[in-house]
Design a protein around this ligand. Structure first.
Ligand SMILES: Nc1ncnc2c1ncn2[C@@H]1O[C@H](COP(=O)(O)OP(=O)(O)OP(=O)(O)O)[C@@H](O)[C@H]1O
Ligand SMILES: [Mg+2]
Length: 500
């Protein structure tokens, strides 16, 4: 790797937004045929740097050299034409179009110069998919696909440009372990072809299995670049947060009490796999839900929250029956749901941070049609401060916040509805190590107040580190409910595979 030539050279790049210096004289060299990891806390400037390279943002200063030649792109199309592609952190797909149309959008091969050559589109898509071992029907509409399948399509699209540089911004945030292994095979193939891959991730373990070099950013500055064999995970964390972080999980100081929620024989109409799900949740308890992708974890909590139609089943809270037949009814019954995919059902991108925080709690602030702005501001500032949301002001558009900070805002939104039962679907996805700790602390605090928390997570250490009991799903059925203190990773994985 030492002798690999430099493919992409970023020098002294700066970029500011109103109120934020997002990049401050940042330099980065990416070598041919290597994976270069880029890490840093939420808001450190990773995505901004990539967007500057890709022509989405125009840097205030700095130069970009591709294979020794100075280049600058005023729009992504020019970057693509020069062999730089990017898989974005937030998926940007046209859901009502088919898979293959999404891949070739804007550059369809034409027949006789007038009609789209559908056959070629289909065949070319199939070729790319088979090269990358992707098993998705190119004719399916994107809206029918899972988040992870959508992510795979983005990667296939990037590969389809014969790219020299592929930027992957948190590519595995919604992939299962098996899919991550698949992605890594794909990355190694691209590497063999001589691609340089810039790999952004908050999953630090994973960086050590795929990257050749790692660069660490903090507050818009490039702190250091190291060869992967010269560094370990603790060093990386220290460089990221600027101090030593001793524990990755706070102490579980919550105590459980009597039964808060009882779910009896829950079955869903459109998710036929989910049949007769029964379990209980105690006051003050954090119940983790484990399972593989497709094991119907999300479906269950969406069913509880009234996002999905129930075929049958009872939801009993404090001995009284709750209908929860719509999200608004569930909110009335003091449930809250933090969804898995911010962009599709979480944030309102065109609204401010403040509005995004207050929206689910609007009835609390509204008396006789007038909004009590003072009360709103007080709550909004409380959330921004307690969750350490990095934003220039509460009036900033949420879409301008870094991915992890958007997640914190949504978390804050639900805190304000003061729910009794919190349903959390991958609550720390895309969140950096320091902020994760803060979220865990918050979850434990809520449990200490006597609330019940159900938390889906694909990160096993997180489930074991935070929850009191773990319910393991396998193919739509409950494979077991275990006490966290008496179980381990192997047992959970074995249960997760029970009904496959
Ligand atoms: N279009 C924009 N307008 C205003 N501020 C922006 C814009 N894009 C980014 N920022 C700000 O620049 C800073 C860096 O954000 P960036 O998205 O690059 O962080 P990141 O390192 O990718 O974080 P994460 O890990 O959360 O994705 C943040 O403070 C963010 O709010
Ligand atoms: Mg980012």
């Amino acid at each position: 790797m030492e002798n690999n030539p430099i493919l992409l050279q970023v020098s002294d790049m700066s970029k500011s937004f109103p109120g934020v210096q997002a990049l401050n004289n940042v330099s980065l060299n990416v070598k041919k045929g290597t994976v270069h990891a880029l890490v840093g806390e939420n808001g450190a400037g990773k995505s901004t740097l990539m967007k500057c390279i890709f022509g989405i943002y125009h840097p205030d200063k700095g130069t970009l050299k591709l294979e020794g030649t100075t280049v600058s792109f005023s729009e992504p199309k020019q970057a693509l034409d020069n062999g730089i592609t990017m898989v974005h952190q937030e998926l940007n797909q046209v859901s009502r179009l088919r898979v293959m149309d999404n891949i070739w959008l804007g550059r369809f091969p034409m027949k006789n110069g007038i009609v789209i050559d559908e056959k070629k589109v289909l065949n070319d898509t199939k070729t790319i998919f088979s090269n990358l071992e992707i098993d998705i029907n190119p004719l399916t509409k994107v809206e029918k696909l899972s988040v992870s399948e959508r992510q795979m399509i983005e990667i296939a699209k990037a590969a389809s440009y014969n790219a020299k540089i592929i930027v992957m911004d948190e590519p595995t945030s919604s992939l299962s372990e098996k899919e991550v292994a698949h992605l890594f095979r794909v990355i190694n193939k691209l590497k063999e072809k001589g691609c340089g891959i810039i790999y952004i991730s908050h999953k630090l373990e994973e960086i050590f299995s795929i990257a050749d070099e790692v660069s660490v950013m903090r507050d818009g500055n490039m702190i250091s670049t190291e060869k992967i064999e010269d560094i370990n995970i603790d060093n990386v964390i220290t460089l990221m947060v600027g101090r030593k972080l001793d524990n990755r999980f706070p102490k579980k100081t919550n105590k459980t009490d009597g039964i808060l929620l009882e779910v009896k024989n829950l079955s869903l109409v459109y998710s036929q796999l989910v049949k007769n799900i029964s379990f209980t949740l105690k006051k003050g308890e954090i119940l983790g839900i484990a399972g593989l992708e497709g094991s119907m974890r999300t479906e269950i909590i969406e069913g509880l929250f009234g996002y999905r139609t129930k075929e049958s089943g009872e939801i009993i809270v404090n001995n009284s029956l709750c209908k929860n037949n719509s999200p608004s009814n569930s909110i009335k019954n003091k449930f809250a749901l933090l969804t898995e995919e911010r962009k599709y059902n979480g944030i309102f991108p065109g609204m401010t941070v403040k509005d995004n925080i207050m929206i689910s709690n609007i009835n609390e602030y509204c008396k006789f049609g007038v909004i009590n702005d003072e009360k709103v501001n007080k709550d909004v500032f409380k959330i921004i401060k307690s969750l350490n949301v990095k934003t220039p002001s509460e009036k900033a558009m949420i879409r301008n916040l870094s991915g992890g900070n958007q997640q914190k805002v949504i978390f804050g939104r639900w805190m304000l509805t003061s729910p009794d039962i919190l349903l959390l679907d991958e609550p720390t996805r895309g969140i950096d190590v320091g902020a994760k700790y803060e979220i865990y602390q918050l979850i434990i605090e809520l449990a200490k107040e006597g609330k019940g928390i159900i938390m889906i997570s694909s990160e096993m250490p997180e489930l074991l580190g935070v929850s009191n009991r773990i319910l393991v799903m396998s193919n739509g059925k409950i494979a077991g409910i275990v006490n966290t203190e008496e179980t381990n990773q192997e047992e959970i994985l074995r249960l997760a595979a029970k009904y496959l």
